[in-house]
Design a protein around this ligand. Structure first.
Ligand code: TXA
Ligand code: MG
Length: 351
């Protein structure tokens, strides 16, 4: 049964939310919008329910899930203790795109945490997500609602493309606002450690709790195994071979054209990740078959919001070879570049 409604108004009595909450209580999986990306939810207290998420997504079972709550009081059920720095972070950023890694209680289904003694928790900043969790009356485990390895879904249509027929339903809340996933921050260590860059920036975190470290596994060419189990998998990747070109603008364009021309000689369909600023340039280049803009290169928030949709569109268009520029790694740019590095499988060329 599909639950689709773009204009949800009275959320508490909205049929879609009431139905979706019932599915969650009955141990089924339901996709719903958050401010970051769409999540695929199940009752976080039930191993049987959570197991259905892993099956629907084809997700490796050693990759733990984030538990979503609607009220701070729900922490008591799932978290054993709150490290000192957790409280000011919760005050500052919840509801919002910050996941905190915290010591877990035994009530959390063991499949959620993949056997770890910690659990990732966040309170999403989205009225539909909050209403759904409240109605369900249970904490909701929810990874991004994509088939494992694909770009995360930022629209209900993306969810259906990946999971139609494999889940109980999806609540359509339109396109998500942030566009990349939450920041995952381990506060069981001090200074806290960013396990995955995301919607809340390092700069924002440091303004509240002082020094925050970055998992060294993010540095390009890092040999370390990431702390966040999910970060070790090939992720967010379009089907085409993707390269990022880093350097001065005119040299980047020149290098991109050389590579596009070579790919075309090999008979491949080519694509370019453009910005608002470079769009008309690329539309004039015969080497570029599909040109998609991620928004203004000066507004990294726009790039974050549009990135996954663009990566998915290359697949829809059967693009086999993709080139794009890099972006500054500060602010939300850190999350943007992390996703681009993953999507490209680390194929970054400096010119
Ligand atoms: O924005 C988001 O976080 C979205 C929406 C739906 O809330 N959810 C999401 O979930 O991105 P998922 O499952 O795609 O990513 C969860 C990430 C993975 O990288 C996972 O390894 C990490 O969080 N994680 C979860 N629990 C953890 C733990 N106990 N320790 C370290 N990392 C953990
Ligand atoms: Mg994911």
């Amino acid at each position: 049964e599909w639950i689709v409604d773009k204009n949800v108004e009275n959320l508490q009595s909205c049929t879609q939310i009431v139905d979706a909450a019932r599915f969650l209580r009955d141990g089924e999986t339901v996709a719903f919008p958050t401010e970051t990306v769409y999540g695929l939810g199940a009752n976080a207290l039930s191993d049987e329910a959570v197991g259905k998420i892993f099956i629907a997504k084809g997700r490796p079972s050693d990759n733990p899930l984030i538990v979503h709550i609607a009220e701070k009081e729900q922490l008591r059920e799932i978290v054993a203790s709150l490290p000192e720095k957790a409280t000011p972070l919760i005050e500052a950023f919840w509801p919002g795109p910050l996941t905190l890694i915290l010591p877990k209680t035994d009530k959390v289904a063991s499949l959620v945490t993949a056997g770890l003694d910690t659990v990732g928790v966040r309170m999403p900043d989205h009225p539909i997500a909050l209403a759904l969790i409240k109605q369900a009356g249970v904490p909701v485990a929810a990874p991004s609602a994509n088939r494992s390895g694909r770009p995360s879904p930022t629209t209900a249509q993306h969810v259906l493309t990946d999971l139609s027929g494999r889940i109980a339903g999806v609540i359509d809340g339109g396109a998500t606002g942030v566009g990349v996933e939450s920041t995952v921050l381990d506060v069981t260590v001090d200074p806290p450690l960013i396990c995955r860059p995301g919607g809340i920036t390092r700069e924002q975190l440091e303004a509240v709790v002082g020094e925050v470290r970055l998992d060294p596994a993010f540095l390009v060419d890092a040999a370390e195994t990431p702390r966040s189990p999910g970060m070790k998998y090939a992720h967010y990747a379009p089907e085409g071979e993707m390269w990022l070109i880093q350097g001065e603008d005119s040299q980047v364009k020149e290098q991109m054209r050389i590579m596009l021309a070579e790919a075309k000689r090999q008979g491949r369909k080519t694509g370019v990740i453009a910005t608002e600023e470079s769009l008309s340039y690329w539309e004039r280049q015969p080497e570029a078959d599909v040109v998609l803009s991620v928004g203004s290169g000066a507004e990294l928030g726009q790039v974050a919001q549009q990135l996954y949709g663009v990566l998915r569109q290359f697949d829809e268009d059967h693009v086999q070879f993709i080139v794009g520029p890099t972006f500054p790694r500060s602010g939300i740019g850190m999350a943007v570049m992390n996703r681009l590095e993953k999507a490209s499988g680390g194929r970054i060329l400096s010119v």
